[in-house]
Ligand binder design. Structure first.
Ligand code: PEP
Ligand code: MG
Length: 895
């Protein structure tokens, strides 16, 4: 066989944006891999494979633009598109020399969804389309295999009824179960041709009962209905949920692939499977996959029958295995990425049905990326682009303590489908997982097998365990995609879902009982095992090192304590971008002094309380400087509305009243006076320093004295504390607060006869500050964009309350994502870019950073890189994610 997979640049003869002249259908040989936007990932992969001469059943792709038009036209498929599809079908008939609905020589097709980004199992598929009574009979006599013909027919009726008519799977599964029971059969393998024929009759009767009309027999009508159903499935609840979870835009639509059927269920010389060019759980460079003989595709992924390892295929059909392995390698080399392929063997002949970049665990992603560099397949920069930064999150969670594991005996073992350590309380349904996790519980979702409807429950669970299904079952694939721990196919589980209990090797476990899952070994333990913190080493360390070589953005961490600072350094932070000083106040020993400070009747009382707080703050800062050594540390002045610290409990109020020698009544009055209707827009940030300069004085003293002390201990250290004023909205505010700080700091430095330099800067959190950034930069030596508040103030959405109504914005597709998690680049981003430009006009060397939540979000990081910021700052656990995202931004932007 001739296989020439070469990188091609095929210029597309795409017509203008005018709908009427658009091409909505592409034969596989007309497309190529660069057309994912139009043909979807599956369509583009099929095109590539077809053009390269791989054994791909022929077919065509109805474009994502047709899907877009279907929705734009009010869920109606324009006649023009219908005709184009029907014309393509006629051409397909001629090419394959088979005819739709012709019992003597029938064409059957699969109708499969395929969006630009793979959404495994989320949208719909119909197989064996084109069947009716005559065609089934024709196939029976043509193949001499009536069992195969009627098995395919009943599959079609069931899928069509479920997908197109939305009658669900259950009524049909029940009919089949009852039939098998009445005959004493154990599995589908016991079913004869006559049995399948009887099932077909029963299925059609069920359809008639539920729909009030007979099952459609006209293949062209079946086809158009199936295409519409696939388009419709773009907006089913699980697809929408999956898109939200994976940040896939809602408006890109899916393509539909119509492809000649090849049959894996034609007998013992046929089969079907799914395989990866490398192991998607570990990254090991060895073909990894599963297949079933005499089966169709859905049997493998649905976990209904436990499939065989692809290594078995080597034994059963060595030639087919060799050919597949050869093609898998070719495809991997061509795409320079690990491939996930579907194949079917029909009477001993191999067909490729799909290839796409395979989803893999974070661990596998790192290993594959490093191995491919070592194998000379790709360069380091390509390797960095192969790892999804948000996936790294999964590696930054604790793993089970090896010492504890060594002492425990697992109660069962399943397949190590997706690594990680998870413990929690057992639940048996996805709905219960959602409910209990919303109540704050950690849950483990236990299922016989999962289905796409379980997606939300899987998302809410700590880990997932299934009794059936292999490494490519739905549970395994989806869990790997989510970076969630999963043990699959644990056959020792005997689940009684109705009774909310299960039996595992003699242990009876009920809903609410704790278990632990080790997704790296597949082991299951009773109770919750202790965990140990993660570390960056091995492949992870190599990738991080390469990332550091190419990125230009510095990565800092938001850390409020020496402990956080230490963790940040371990994850590779190069400084602290935000130390929220108020977080140091919440400890039991300190909060009382804070409260005294807040409710003080006059300046003297306030100063007295502040003096009690000074040593705490100073020693915290000393600890942080010690951890950070010479890295920069940005310390922010007190920011939140004071009422956040006020006592609400009667006991606390009494205690503070006693301390301040005050009547409880009087204290309650003060507390009432401090109440604000809109505290986020109230007395907070630099406004506190305007009203109470003594607070800024005390904090300056703590910051500067701590720095002097640490410098004395380490005379060679050259760190420059960065003192940051929050919530500035006016240049005069900046001037006013800065003067308090500078006067205090300079006096302390002078009196201590030490040499210390420091910087005073501000956060840009209020749109007015962004607009007046050139003025503000006259005073501020650095800007740090507080994009949490900047988003809040730009939209006028309360950070605390928006969560209640934002879901309506997602449902109505006004918003794709939460603007508090991913920067709104068009609006808030415009302010960031404007303020950066204005600020640097005044002060060309103005240091620019970001310390809002967006500092840890990969797509926002790309924006900050492009905007020319010096650093992003994020929580310590996001630091590795930010390091990689910053490297990817540098690579992509350079390209
Ligand atoms: C911000 O507003 O982005 C910020 C970092 O400050 P905080 O979240 O503490 O208001
Ligand atoms: Mg803020």
């Amino acid at each position: 066989m001739l296989i020439f997979l070469e990188r091609r640049a095929i210029s597309l003869n795409r017509n203008s944006s005018n709908n009427m002249s658009k091409k909505y259908v592409y034969f596989f040989h007309e497309g190529n891999g660069s057309m994912k936007d139009l043909l979807g990932g599956k369509g583009a992969g099929l095109a590539d494979m077809t053009v390269a001469g791989l054994p791909v059943p022929q077919g065509f792709t109805v474009t994502t633009e047709a899907c877009g038009r279907y929705y734009a036209d009010g869920e109606h498929l324009h006649n023009e598109i219908v005709e184009e599809i029907l014309r393509a079908l006629s051409t397909l008939e001629k090419t394959v020399k088979k005819t739709f609905g012709d019992p003597k020589n029938p064409l059957l097709v699969s109708v499969r969804s395929g969006a630009k980004f793979s959404m495994p199992g989320m949208m719909d598929t119909v197989l064996n389309l084109g069947m009716n009574d005559e065609v089934a009979e024709g196939i029976a006599s043509l193949t001499g295999n009536p069992r195969f013909a009627y098995d395919s027919y009943r599959r079609f009726i069931q899928m069509y009824s479920d997908v197109v008519e939305e009658l669900g799977k259950a009524p049909f599964e029940n009919i089949l179960d009852q039939h098998k029971k009445s005959k004493g059969y154990h599995s589908d393998a016991d079913m004869s041709a006559i049995d399948w024929q009887e099932i077909v009759v029963k299925y059609k009767a069920e359809y008639l009962k539920r729909k009030g009309e007979t099952f459609p027999t006209e293949p062209r009508k079946q086809l158009m209905a199936a295409v519409l159903a696939v388009f419709r499935s773009w907006n089913n609840a699980r697809a929408i949920y999956y898109r939200k979870m994976n940040d896939i835009p809602h408006d890109i639509g899916t393509a539909v692939n119509v492809q000649q059927m090849v049959f894996g269920n034609m007998g013992d010389n046929s089969g079907t499977g799914v395989a990866f060019s490398r192991n998607p759980a570990t990254g090991e460079n060895h073909i990894f996959g599963e297949f079933l003989m005499n089966a169709q595709g859905e049997d493998v992924v649905a976990g209904i029958r436990t499939p065989l390892s692809i290594d078995e295929l080597k034994r059963i059909m060595p030639n087919v295995y060799e050919e597949f392995a050869f093609l898998a390698k070719k495809l991997e080399v061509y795409y320079r990425n690990m491939q996930d392929m579907e194949f079917t063997i029909e009477n001993g002949k191999l067909y490729m049905l799909q290839t796409r970049n395979g989803k893999r665990t974070a661990h596998a992603a790192l290993k594959v990326a490093c191995d491919m560099v070592d194998e000379g397949l790709i360069q380091k920069e390509d390797a960095l682009l192969l790892v999804d930064p948000s996936q790294l999150d999964a590696l930054l969670h604790p793993t089970f303590d090896p010492k504890a594991i060594a002492k425990e005996k697992p109660i069962a073992q399943g397949l190590a489908a997706s690594p990680g350590a998870a413990y929690g309380q057992i639940v048996f349904t996805a709905d219960e997982a959602v409910k209990q996790s919303k109540d704050g519980k950690k849950v483990i979702l236990v299922r016989i097998e999962t289905s796409p409807e379980d997606i939300e429950g899987m998302d809410h669970a700590q880990g997932i365990i299934t009794a059936r299904g292999g490494m490519t079952s739905h549970a395994a694939v989806v869990a790997r995609g989510m970076g969630k721990c999963c043990v699959a196919g644990c056959s020792a589980l005997h689940i009684e879902e109705e009774e909310l209990k299960m039996e595992v090797n003699g242990h009876i476990l009920h809903q609410g009982d704790f278990i632990s899952l080790d997704g790296t070994t597949g082991n299951v333990y009773l109770g919750s095992l202790p965990t140990v913190p993660p570390s960056i080493s091995g492949y992870f360390g190599r990738i991080m090192e390469w990332a550091d070589q190419v990125r230009t953005l510095k990565i800092r961490a938001n850390a409020d304590s020496p402990k956080d600072a230490k963790q940040a350094i371990q994850f590779g932070a190069e400084g602290i971008g935000l130390c929220r000083t108020e977080h140091m106040f919440f400890e039991a020993t300190r909060i009382r002094n804070v409260r005294e400070m807040i409710v003080a009747r006059n300046k003297e009382e306030r100063i007295k309380a502040l003096e009690k707080l000074l040593p705490f703050q100073r020693s915290d800062f000393e600890g942080i400087y010690e951890e950070m050594k010479e890295f920069p540390v940005t310390i922010r002045y007190l920011d939140p509305p004071l009422h956040e610290f006020l006592p609400t409990q009667e006991d606390d109020i009494k205690e503070i009243a006693d301390e301040l020698r005050m009547e409880v009544r009087e204290l309650k009055q003060i507390i009432a006076q401090l109440h604000e209707f809109n505290p986020m827009m109230g007395h907070r940030g630099c406004r506190l320093s305007v009203s109470y300069p003594e607070i800024a004085e005390m904090q300056t003293r703590a910051i500067i004295e701590a720095a002097i002390n640490v410098k004395k201990k380490h005379p060679t250290w050259k760190f420059v504390p960065e003192l940051m004023i929050p919530l500035i909205g006016d240049p005069k505010e900046m001037q006013f607060v800065k003067k308090i700080i500078v006067d205090t700091a300079d006096r302390i430095i002078r009196e201590s006869k030490s040499e210390l330099t420091y910087m005073v800067g501000t956060m840009i959190e209020i749109p007015r500050a962004a607009v007046l950034a050139d003025e503000i930069a006259k005073e501020a030596e650095f800007f740090s964009f507080g994009t949490n508040d900047l988003t809040q103030m730009t939209y006028g959405f309360s950070r605390d309350d928006a969560v209640k109504f934002l879901p309506d914005y997602y449902n109505t597709k006004i918003f794709l994502n939460d603007p508090f998690a991913r920067l709104d680049q068009t609006g808030v981003g415009k302010l960031v870019a404007m303020a950066s430009k204005l600020g640097r006009e005044t002060r060309p060397n103005l240091k620019l950073g970001v310390c809002g939540e967006h500092g840890g979000d990969p797509s926002s990081i790309e924006f900050f890189h492009k905007t020319g910021l010096n650093y992003v700052s994020c929580s310590p656990y996001r630091v590795p994610v930010a390091r990689l995202a910053a490297a990817q931004a540098a690579i992509r932007f350079k390209k």
